[in-house]
Write a protein that binds this ligand. Structure first.
Ligand code: ZN
Ligand code: ZN
Length: 174
């Protein structure tokens, strides 16, 4: 057990404060972006692929397109848009494969376990959008926009979260 937990055992007052802070961080405050500890690390489900992101991601978004529905098996995909060139694969480069549609971004995944890792802009291969679930810890950004909402899954209503909705692709600056 971490030392902190042992210390708190004997100090009920501080423990209660700790519990209150934890509760707060799981509710409204979790929506406030935090400064992430760098480098961010992440990887795939089988652990074969590992990566580092050296700079704080710039923004994040939800995509409701049917390709994201297919590749994730879910209603929408959340991705962090990172500083171009800030990601390094530290392990398992040979496991990476990509689905490269003629008219869109490449979808990079681990060929051993199928985990979705990031998308790659064919016009600018250093510009990657990392699947937020691939990070080991809080990437610090929160999705601020939803795109391709015209194709959203019927079975999962879009949450009433106030985020801007774009029926097609989000504008480059959104
Ligand atoms: Zn894997
Ligand atoms: Zn999509």
């Amino acid at each position: 057990m971490p030392e902190a937990a042992t210390e708190l055992k004997g100090v009920p007052g501080e423990w209660r404060l700790f519990a209150v802070e934890r509760f707060a961080s799981n509710s409204a405050e979790s929506r406030v972006p935090q400064v992430p500890e760098l480098p961010l690390t992440g990887g795939c489900l089988c652990g074969g692929v590992r990566f580092d992101v050296r700079e704080a991601p710039v923004s994040a978004s939800y995509c409701h397109c049917t390709r994201c529905q297919r590749r994730t098996g879910t209603g929408a995909s959340a991705q962090a848009h990172i500083v171009p060139g800030s990601l390094s694969v530290t392990c398992g480069e040979e496991l990476l494969r990509a689905f490269e549609p003629a008219d869109g971004f490449a979808k990079v995944f681990c060929s051993a376990c199928g985990s979705q890792l990031w998308s790659r802009n064919p016009q600018n291969p250093a510009a990657l959008s990392v699947r937020m679930g691939a990070f080991d810890s809080d990437s610090g950004v929160r999705p601020s926009v939803r795109q391709f909402t015209a194709y959203a899954a019927e079975w999962e209503p879009i949450p009433d979260d106030g985020l801007p909705r774009h029926p097609e692709r989000r504008p480059p600056d959104a």
